[in-house]
Design a protein around this ligand. Structure first.
Ligand code: ATP
Ligand code: MG
Length: 722
């Protein structure tokens, strides 16, 4: 057309250009990591705006996280050269769902100021319903039913739609009635849960075709990022909004990668990719094969690994980013996780000395309990870090609770700690009792724990509360006596057991509970390197004080799940051991499908790296003061020799030689059952004779116990056998 092509189109490759310029009709971009899918979406929006095809308010664009939505807005503004006036319909499924629901709440019997309940509220409400039905809420836990409702809603199933068998599975066939009762109760409360943010708009559009038509008129263009992780309800919602009657243009563009589908456990359906072509006939399917993010080695390693999955659509990837200076993916071994954190810290400092920014580095963990070791280490080193997508380790709910117990034992005047745990777990010491204690304490200017000890001698409290308080005070007296002479880790465990705190999470049926228990174990483990409880408490207050300024140059620490869509120059992937990665739970629960999802997670992890990727495994994880040998992850064996090298141990331990650690134990000739077994590779071996252990002076005080594979340790987790 003779006009000058806008700058933002100039750098795109032909396939990307096609995806950006095919504005009429359905488009599906199916492509591997780092091929520019997100960039295509962003550029496409810029192009729509720039060519005047639509106003910002006429574009519906869905991202996976709020952070991604913010970034996309910023990039679009850069591309169109100036402020984009809002993009009211750019956000996550949930944020867009809320907006729709606020506008049309009355159509589902709510008023527009409805409240959104969090998980705790939902569980409390369901518990009331279960009790109101005359059911035993111990036998039929509210948490479990909350999980079932969530699963149904992810599948787009209301109370009338749930399959017979499913309905029968809970409360002797009363599951469906309970679900109905739950929705009715929400309606009375003018409230909804997270699932309703999609379910209600779906119902509204189905029942009000005219309204839907209005939205069809409004949303000229629809775009979806991370399409592989949409669940059924999201897909139904999307189809309602994007699918048009015959003859009307269906301007919908979804981008995704089946190899990065990592939310199956939350109801995501990879099959939505296959449904797209059926529901949007004539869809143009565009493949992007050139990766702009990573070096050849990183890409080669990731591609080879993911090829071990059976359930995939399959694709090729190549990169031009080959440079003779490119380093292979490095696999490192450490003795245990403490050394892993040390070694990674060392590696980071070395990069920093080479003028690399901390902002360009990330540590991606499989399970959030792994973060603790790095946070502690970085505080010691004075390295800035930020935790993304969740609280820092010591800020987590269960850690704060446990710490409040420890603080109150060591510092009986700590009223904040007292108030935090006096009724956690529930002991029937509710607000009234706490207020009475508070008043009593204030009037006499004494700590609340002392006030409680006084008050149980009076008759100012109801007998039940008095008895409960008496028991708690006795426990605290006992723990305080133990403080001086019992090893502090032992005491800590005892406190969490005897207070009922650990049991509280063991009885908890929610999806987060196992992770919280893991964190509590990690907390106990973290105390081992301190002399006393007081020393430990002091350390934690220092960690909590560490700065988390947004603008600071800092290493990012996050889970693999939250790393989706992001990229960093250097990526560290610690904890590649059987049982941790692949995670034991995923293997137990869903067999092969679970394993394949774990492998996709590994693929996501490696492909976050632009230039350097370091993978780590340890030979021992210490759980409850006991050593457990671990097997290197099977994923390590699935990496190609051409793109990966086992880092020299001397190198990774170089910094510690002077610490008296001597030569690497991995050089010992004696074979070890856990040897890193990739054929043809230099074997990384650990020798576990006592003599070797003695080289590790500091460890000799601890019991070392080898726990057989396939069994579970006395208190520890199960370690997967081959
Ligand atoms: P993921 O699957 O991990 O979400 P993606 O396919 O969305 O990856 P992007 O994040 O869009 O990939 O792009 C990866 C990197 O490549 C980004 O830094 C992006 O700016 C860059 N990139 C994409 N296309 C081009 C291009 N044509 N020229 C130069 N750089 C590009
Ligand atoms: Mg992306």
């Amino acid at each position: 057309d003779g006009g000058k092509r806008p700058d933002y189109l100039a750098g795109l490759n032909p396939e990307q250009t096609e995806a950006v310029e095919t504005l009429e009709g359905p488009v599906l971009v199916l492509a591997g990591a780092g091929t520019g899918k997100t960039r295509v979406l962003t550029t496409r929006i810029a192009h729509i705006l720039n060519t005047g095809r639509a106003f910002p308010s006429q574009i519906l664009a869905v991202t996976f996280t709020n952070k991604a939505a913010r970034e996309m807005k910023e990039r679009i503004a850069l591309l169109v050269g100036g402020a984009v006036e809002g993009m009211p319909w750019l956000g996550t499924f949930h944020s867009i769902g809320v907006k729709l629901l606020r506008r049309h709440a009355e159509l589902v019997g709510l008023s527009s100021d409805f409240t959104i309940l969090d998980t705790d509220d939902v569980v409390r409400l369901i518990k009331q319903l279960i009790q109101a039905e005359g059911l035993d809420d111990k036998r039929w836990p509210a948490k479990q039913f909350a999980g079932m409702i969530d699963t149904w809603k992810n599948k787009g199933l209301g109370p009338a739609d749930i399959p017979e068998g499913d309905a029968r599975a809970f409360a002797n066939g009363r599951g469906r009635d309970l679900y109905f009762a739950y929705q009715a109760r929400l309606s009375t409360l003018n409230a909804c849960d997270f699932g309703d943010l999609l379910m209600h708009p779906i119902a509204i559009f189905r029942k009000n075709p005219d309204l839907l038509k209005e939205y069809h008129g409004r949303f000229r263009y629809t775009l979806v990022d991370e399409y592989q992780d949409t669940n059924t309800a999201q897909y139904m919602w999307l189809r309602l909004l994007a699918q048009r009657s015959k003859g009307e243009p269906q301007n919908v563009c979804c981008v995704g990668d089946d190899d990065q589908s990592i939310y199956g456990w939350r109801g995501a359906e990879v099959d939505n990719i296959l449904r797209f072509e059926k529901d949007f006939p004539g869809a143009k399917v565009i493949k992007l094969e050139r990766n702009y993010r990573s070096t050849e080695h990183i890409l080669g390693a990731a591609a080879h690994l993911i090829a071990h999955n059976e359930g995939r659509l399959g694709k090729t990837l190549f990169t031009d980013r080959a440079d003779p200076d490119d380093v292979k993916v490095q696999v490192h071994a450490s003795w245990d996780s403490e050394e892993e954190a040390r070694a990674i810290g060392e590696e980071i400092e070395q990069l920093q000395r080479g003028k690399h920014l901390l902002n360009d580095m990330a540590i991606l963990v499989r399970a959030s309990f792994q973060m603790r070791e790095f946070e502690d280490r970085f505080v010691t080193l004075g390295l800035n870090y930020r935790v993304i997508g969740g609280p820092r380790f010591y800020e987590r709910l269960e850690i704060r609770d446990a710490m409040a117990y420890f603080r109150l034992v060591a510092q009986p005047a700590d009223d904040l700690a007292f108030e935090r745990i006096i009724n956690t777990p529930k002991r029937g010491l509710g607000d009234t009792t706490v207020r009475a204690l508070h008043d009593y304490a204030r009037a006499r200017d004494i700590p609340m724990l002392a006030a409680a000890a006084d008050m149980i001698e009076t008759d100012e409290l109801k007998p039940k509360a008095r008895k409960a308080l008496f028991d708690v005070i006795q426990s605290f007296r006992r723990w305080q006596e133990l403080l001086e002479n019992t090893p502090h880790t032992e005491l800590a465990e005892q406190i969490l057991e005897e207070s009922g705190y650990t049991d509280m999470w063991k009885n908890d049926k929610s999806a987060e509970a196992p992770g919280r228990l893991e964190n509590l174990k990690e907390l106990i483990r973290s105390m081992e390197s301190f002399e006393s409880m007081r020393g430990f408490l002091e350390h934690v207050s220092l960690v909590m004080d560490a700065e988390t300024n947004e603008n600071l140059d800092a290493v990012s620490i996050m889970t693999l799940h939250s790393a989706k869509g992001l990229e960093f120059d250097t990526v560290f992937l610690p904890g590649w051991e059987e049982g941790l990665f692949p995670h034991q739970r995923s293997l137990d629960e869903s067999g092969r499908a679970g394993l394949e999802e774990e492998r996709r997670l590994a693929y996501v992890g490696i492909t976050r790296a632009k230039r350097r990727c370091h993978i780590w495994f340890v030979s021992n994880r210490r759980i409850h003061g006991l050593w457990q040998s671990t097997l290197p992850s099977r994923f390590l064996d699935e990496l190609p020799e051409t793109h990966v090298e086992v880092a020299e141990m001397e190198q990774s331990y170089g910094g510690y030689g002077r610490g008296g650690y001597g030569q690497s134990r991995f050089d010992k000739a004696e074979p070890f059952a856990n040897s890193y077994s990739t054929p043809g590779w230099k074997r990384a071996q650990a020798n576990r004779t006592d003599a070797t252990r003695d080289n590790w002076g500091t460890r000799s005080g601890h019991a070392v116990e080898r726990i057989g594979y396939g069994e579970s340790g006395p208190k520890g987790r199960t370690i997967e056998g081959e």
